[in-house]
Design a protein around this ligand. Structure first.
Ligand code: ADP
Ligand code: MG
Length: 143
């Protein structure tokens, strides 16, 4: 199995619900390691840039408002098959479709306010990690 890195964001509703430890615990139990982390209150420009791929979608303005409504916890996770493993832990985008026991099924309110973000492929992970961490701040794997 390949060791990968992926970008994780606990969105404003996850912070509001005080779920950082709960969510990090799930990552750690699944064998993922937090190798970088920062809490940020995103500016409109930062949120729009991060979600630029969705700029033509009808929900884009609402998504940017939501993502800038409070602080977020941004992390880089490392581990075997980290991208898909993290997506599996999150569950489907719409919590109504998410498997039970996933983060979104357990905590999300709606398809928009869905607690967490995870990169969808190794290529997008590299772009997203660079967006928030540049070349610095990601620690080498410790185990
Ligand atoms: P994911 O976060 O599962 O990769 P997408 O990349 O498709 O999902 O969408 C990015 C984010 O935009 C979602 O996590 C969610 O917050 C929001 N979103 C997606 N689809 C919708 C929708 N139909 N209505 C409102 N918000 C949406
Ligand atoms: Mg996505």
């Amino acid at each position: 199995m390949a060791v990968e890195q992926t970008l994780s964001i606990i969105k404003p509703d996850g912070i509001q619900k005080n779920l950082i430890g709960e969510i990090y615990g799930r990552f750690e139990k699944a064998g993922l390691e937090v190798v970088a982390a920062r809490m940020l209150h995103l500016s409109k420009d930062q949120a729009e840039g991060f979600y630029a791929v969705h700029s033509e979608r009808p929900f884009f303005n609402d998504l940017v408002s939501y993502m800038t409504s409070g602080p977020v916890m941004i992390s880089v996770l490392s581990g075997d098959e980290a991208v898909i493993k993290h997506r599996d832990l999150m569950g489907a985008t719409n919590p109504a479709d998410a498997d039970s026991g996933t983060i979104r099924a357990d905590f999300a309110m709606s398809i928009e306010e869905n607690i967490c973000h995870g990169s969808d492929a190794t290529e997008t992970a590299a772009v997203e990690i660079n967006y928030f961490f540049g070349d610095d701040g990601v620690c080498p794997r410790t185990r």
